[in-house]
Design a binder for this molecule. Structure first.
Ligand SMILES: [Zn+2]
Length: 106
């Protein structure tokens, strides 16, 4: 899983505790984005110009569907329905540059 960012928070927090930070206006629902990512995952460019791979995942509760964002050098974080549209995910990872770009990519 994530090997960077506030590790303590990562251990204690998990989806779907809710997103933090600023929100952006989404074109699509989380479920639409999750379906778009599909079982094979997709690649797109983040709003900061980074190549991002998005794949479907499951949060540590074993139930909550997530979209996992992996950049060129690191895993950025993941979005669930609760934090979709937030720039910071339930685990306090910054995903806005990924989630917003994904949302606008289709
Ligand atoms: Zn979440």
């Amino acid at each position: 899983m994530s090997e960077f960012d506030e590790k303590e928070e990562y251990i204690t927090m998990a989806h779907p505790s809710g997103g933090k930070g600023n929100t952006f206006r989404t074109k699509h629902s989380f479920q639409q984005a999750y379906t778009h990512v599909g079982a094979k995952g997709i690649k797109f460019t983040s709003t900061t110009g980074e190549q991002i791979s998005a794949t479907q995942g499951i949060a540590r509760d074993g139930l909550t569907k997530t979209i996992v964002f992996v950049g060129q050098n690191s895993r950025h974080g993941s979005a669930c329905a609760a934090c979709w549209g937030n720039r910071v995910d339930c685990n306090k990872s910054r995903i806005g540059q990924c989630a917003e770009a994904l949302d606008k990519s289709f």
